[in-house]
Design a protein around this ligand. Structure first.
Ligand SMILES: *Cc1c(COP(=O)(O)O)cnc(C)c1O
Length: 386
């Protein structure tokens, strides 16, 4: 096939002059850190997901860390996380002095398997962090019921799930504290950034303190008129607040979200139709209980003459960038060394890992970019068919 000239990156942010105008205004306002734009973004995001409170932070990692920090975890306490996630979901458990325990995932979706959660609950288990992997919601009724029965907290990792719904409700508004990511590759991008949503007023107040050095309320406004220089430090908090520069991007992106989601859905449909009957290639199943935010479009190399690694190299040679989400966390050296995890602990996640590729999938792509990826995948699947 004819190779395109320009490299197609796996992910790029989508923006136009509105982002530029909004960020310029913020710079001109001289309010560069947390201020009115961040407050407005929090308000609009809370409304968007249907949560009572939203606290803007500088990453999803900061969001999950701050939420866990309010749980008073003790050494020896265990928190169950899926093996198929970004290291950050498990790292923050370690930062809170507790032990991450890896549950396996469902092979059809990559979502945490409730049976595996049950199998890993001990008398030391304190909580569960389900990850709405790739943009599909976990079956939260099942997970919430398990948590309730065993007295566990639930924190939702929604890094992939801006716009995901579960049984008619938006993720972030399902009742558990939820952490979003606005990292540059995510569905809503502010470069670096994140958001916590919750319906719990007490927790929201606590998180505002935890994400700003442990200083008591409204300390962010201490240099404005109506602010005060006086504050108390009431806990050992973190410097995790969002800035107005990021929030300006967030506000512009939030407005574009319905349009960006529509494009993702259209592109996913094209990919699905092209790949669903391709021999040797597999796709992930779609759950019918909610909307997929299509953060990732995952292709499974199941049975070709070349393996997943070689398929990635072949796509690269055709000028297509890809990614792999994820290397199961329990397989990373520091987890093996510290928590004695090993290959075989989560066989489904490990099998999936050996097969998966995340194809380019974002609204900055054109229809012809999508067509090119389709052409390339079909070409390689044919060339290396068994
Ligand atoms: C990206 C990602 C994170 C971390 O997000 P940051 O905003 O970069 O901290 C956490 N969990 C998952 C599943 C992710 O994909």
């Amino acid at each position: 096939m004819e190779i395109r000239e320009k490299f197609l990156p796996y992910a790029e942010p989508y923006w136009d002059k509105e982002e530029l105008e909004k960020i310029t205004k913020t710079i001109e306002s001289n309010w560069w850190s947390k201020g009115p734009q961040t407050q407005e973004f929090e308000k609009q995001f809370a409304e968007f997901v249907g949560a009572k409170y939203a606290i803007a932070v500088n990453s999803c990692t900061a969001a999950t860390h701050a939420i866990l920090a309010t749980k008073n975890l003790q050494p020896g306490d265990e928190v169950i996380v899926p093996a198929m996630t970004f290291c950050s979901t498990a790292n923050v458990v370690v930062h809170c002095g507790a032990t991450p325990v890896f549950a396996d995932v469902d092979e059809r979706t990559g979502l945490i398997d409730p049976q595996s959660i049950l199998a890993h609950i001990t008398d030391k288990t304190r909580g569960i962090i389900p990850v709405h992997y790739s943009g599909q919601a976990c079956d939260m009724d099942v997970i919430n019921a398990i948590a309730k029965e065993h007295g566990l907290f639930v924190v939702e990792d929604a890094a992939h799930a801006v716009y995901t719904t579960y049984k008619g409700k938006m993720v972030g508004g399902l009742g558990n504290p939820t952490a979003f990511s606005f990292y540059v590759t995510k569905n809503l991008a502010t470069g670096e950034g994140g958001m916590i949503t919750t319906d719990d007023e007490e927790l929201a107040d606590l998180l505002r303190v935890y994400t700003l050095h442990g200083m008591n309320r409204n300390a962010w406004n201490r240099y404005g008129k109506g602010g005060t220089w006086r504050y108390d430090v009431v806990t050992f908090g973190f410097k995790y607040n969002m800035t107005d520069i990021q929030a300006s991007l967030g506000l512009s992106q939030l407005k574009k979200l319905p349009m960006m989601q529509e494009m993702r859905e259209r592109y996913a449909k094209k990919y699905n139709e092209a790949f669903q009957n391709l021999p040797g290639i597999g796709l992930m199943d779609q759950m019918d209980y909610g909307r997929n935010a299509w953060h990732l479009y995952i292709l499974r190399i199941e049975d070709l003459k070349i393996d997943r690694d070689q398929f990635i190299e072949e796509l690269k040679a055709l000028n297509i960038g890809t990614a792999v989400h994820f290397i199961p966390v329990h397989m990373h050296p520091i987890y093996r060394e510290t928590f004695h995890t090993k290959e075989g602990d989560c066989p489904v996640a490990e099998k999936l890992f050996s097969q998966i590729i995340s194809l380019p999938m974002n609204p900055s792509m054109t229809e012809s970019d999508i067509d090119y990826v389709i052409q390339a995948v079909k070409y390689l699947a044919g060339k290396y068919a068994k």
